[in-house]
Design a protein around this ligand. Structure first.
Ligand code: ZN
Length: 281
């Protein structure tokens, strides 16, 4: 069994509710002795890959030729959509709306049939092939976000879903006052595409590398509930392990708000994200 299909098997838990690492431990117990060494090698390799999540690895899926060109042209077009609709709106527009904007504004340019097909292919691609084992809460490429269900958070440029996510945010605000900021809230399919494609483009079309720090489109819980928090005036360090050194992190941790979706040592193929607040289960 090769490493990729092996990891796919142990992490089938991503489609269930069993924690992946617990399942892995169970599998170790059931493995015949001679396969145990092989298993240890796979786990070691996985851990090394995740601790160097921003480096390319030999078995990464990397786009080439025509697909690499499509990746670049789609990334550039989606960036132009963002500049046209504004950062706030960009968080919640749908794929169909992005296509309409492309057609309407010559400064964006209409998405070609090939580009649309490419984006659709990326959306429906099985992310486990990339090494990402999280769930997929958004199953439709054309998913739309009803403006009535979201609320814009003042001074942040971001939105949160009304109900539980917004309540959690209000509790956090109350506990930390102006120290805490919302660094990312609701993300529609287009926004997640943009983050993921930008990362892949900057890294020569490496989709696996991108998936180690950004959930592929459809796989992000920002699409249904979760959000990211940061320490005021901490800039980009809010999205690094240095966030754990902030007052916001220790206070949230102490109050029990940080039920992390991607904790340290997770087996989902995602780097440690201490700033990501898990709202839904
Ligand atoms: Zn997040």
């Amino acid at each position: 069994m090769n490493r990729r299909s092996f990891l796919r098997n142990i992490c089938i838990a991503s489609a269930m509710t069993i924690p992946c690492n617990a399942l892995a431990v169970e599998l170790v117990k059931k493995q015949p002795h001679e396969q145990r060494g092989q298993f240890d090698l796979h786990v070691k390799d996985y851990i090394s890959k995740m601790s160097h999540f921003d480096s390319a690895h030999p078995d990464d899926i990397v786009l080439e030729g025509e697909e690499l060109s499509l990746l670049k042209s789609c990334t550039a077009k989606i960036t132009r959509v963002m500049r046209t609709v504004g950062y706030g709106n960009f968080n919640i527009i749908s794929m169909d709306e992005a296509f309409i904007f492309g057609k309407r504004y010559s400064r964006i340019g209409a998405f070609s049939a090939e580009e649309k097909a490419f984006l659709e292919k990326i959306f429906y691609y099985d992310a486990r092939t990339l090494g990402f084992y999280g769930d997929k809460p958004i199953t439709a490429f054309t998913q739309t976000i009803n403006r009535k269900n979201v609320i814009k958070i003042r001074n942040s440029g971001h939105y949160l879903f009304k109900g539980h996510p917004y309540e959690v945010w209000q509790e956090i605000k109350k506990a930390l006052s102006s120290d805490v900021i919302l660094t990312s809230g609701v993300r529609g399919v287009v926004k997640q595409f943009h983050l993921f494609l930008m990362k892949a483009t900057k890294n020569g079309g490496n989709l696996s590398l991108a998936s180690r720090s950004l959930a592929p489109p459809g796989y992000s819980f920002h699409g249904i509930s979760d959000f990211d928090v940061g320490q005021k005036r901490y800039g980009k360090s809010n999205f690094t392990a240095r966030f754990t050194e902030t007052r916001v992190f220790s206070k949230l941790n102490e109050l029990g708000y940080l039920t992390l979706r991607y904790p340290r040592g997770n087996m989902l193929g995602v780097r440690y994200e201490p700033w990501h607040v898990k709202v839904s289960s």
